[in-house]
Design a protein around this ligand. Structure first.
Ligand code: NAI
Length: 361
């Protein structure tokens, strides 16, 4: 069943974890360690079924491989999901049991924070394994730098499409005014862009309104009258149903896995919408993770983030030159980097590979 799964894509390892005393049921998926240890967050979510949890973890870990390779990070792609409602199921014992499962992988998987997990939870996981990042005592909140790289990607797309005037006189619609979307919207307002936004959380909506963002109903944001749509809430928002309703000329946002299926990249192109692959834009979260590693500071993370604007501009130019979608162009870059990585690994002794992987963490 797993080999035939549409999202399997030759995952290197899929591990099912159960700890009866604490109620832990988790899946850890390592898509690729070709470029380094597989890194990716822990999503703690009340999945309606195990099948949906498996599909999610496979899609997310595969996307992490692409994000790392495209963002020039010497790491591979992985992800984990804990099945259950974090508000009722989460406990110190459960997080310890999960930490031990990560530790058994001996550094092949480096976990971090994702939906349903907090930096404080990561501190608890880290008492059982050194392969845990995103701790309250470490790099902390990743959303500020994610908002920076999404803003730069939005700016690059605007310049690609409308020339040097870029964002001048444009309207951006932001779906989800949370940690990343809220900061993105504020930054856009600061540079004089008109922003419409939506969030079902009344406090977040009110805060955004106070900063000059025009609110629309969450059910209307995808079809809002705008030039750029920035999905910053959840994945799967770009689908056969939603794409025909989108009025924006550009889609570029923070949410992971915005395309419901890979075919939706073509649907967007056919609708005349320029789509910036999510992993090209939201890489700032990964760059934040370097802070605190081997003496790296916020300035090092910012230097990595500074490369996003030219990289996205190059990607969009290349896609136009080859008459392919930006998703296809990005996939080609990822495939090239993975091929080069595999070729390098094949030429080294196992101990040299282990040394290089240790050096990259
Ligand atoms: P968040 O939880 O702080 O914000 C998400 C916001 O979306 C919340 O305020 C929520 O109320 C809102 N929302 C939920 N349903 C909505 C709907 N139907 N319409 C409009 N808004 C809705 O999460 P965060 O950290 O801002 O992340 C946003 C997205 O970006 C997520 O998909 C996340 O996976 C992705 N991402 C976040 C990174 C980070 O550093 N925080 C890094 C890379 C990706």
């Amino acid at each position: 069943m797993l080999f035939d799964h549409p999202e399997f894509d030759a995952h290197e390892l899929v591990q099912f974890v159960e700890d009866e005393p604490s109620g832990l049921r988790a899946i850890i998926a390592l898509h690729s360690t070709t470029l380094g240890p597989a890194a990716g967050g822990i999503r703690f979510h009340p999945y309606p079924s195990e099948t949906l949890a498996l599909t999610d973890v496979l899609r997310l870990s595969r996307a992490m491989t692409a994000k790392m390779a495209f963002g020039e990070v010497p790491m591979g792609g992985g992800k984990s999901v804990i099945i259950g409602d974090p508000r009722s199921l989460k406990s110190v014992d459960l997080l310890h049991a999960f930490g031990r499962a990560v530790d058994r992988l001996g550094g092949r998987y480096i976990c971090g924070e994702d939906m349903g997990m907090t930096p404080e939870d990561m501190d608890v996981v880290a008492t059982e394994t050194r392969w845990a990042t995103g701790r309250a005592s470490g790099s902390g909140d990743t959303s500020p730098l994610t908002a920076v790289t999404v803003f730069d990607a939005v700016r690059a797309a605007a310049i690609h499409l409308w020339g040097p005037a870029g964002l001048e006189g444009r309207v951006v619609a932001v779906q989800g005014l949370g940690a990343v979307g809220g900061k993105l919207a504020r930054r856009l307002v600061e540079v004089g862009v008109r922003v419409v936004g939506s969030d079902p959380d009344p406090a977040r909506a009110a805060e955004a309104a106070a900063r000059g963002i025009t609110l629309v109903d969450p059910g209307e944001i995808l079809a809002a009258e705008c030039d750029i749509l920035a999905p910053c809430a959840f994945g799967g928002v770009l689908s056969a149903e939603t794409i025909p309703t989108i009025r924006a000329e550009v889609v570029c946002g923070a949410a992971n896995n915005q395309l419901a299926t890979s075919k939706d990249a073509d649907r967007l192109a056919e609708a005349g919408i320029l789509y910036v692959p999510d992993y090209a834009a939201n890489i700032g979260g990964v760059y934040s993770g370097v802070i605190g590693l081997k003496g790296k500071t916020a300035a090092d993370a910012q230097a990595l983030a500074d490369r996003v604007f030219p990289r996205v501009l190059d990607l969009l130019d290349e896609a136009t030159r080859l008459a392919i979608t930006p998703s296809e162009a990005a996939d080609r870059v990822v495939a090239d980097r993975l091929r080069a990585g595999s070729a390098w690994v094949a030429r080294q002794s196992p101990s040299a590979v282990r040394r290089a992987r240790r050096a990259s963490t």
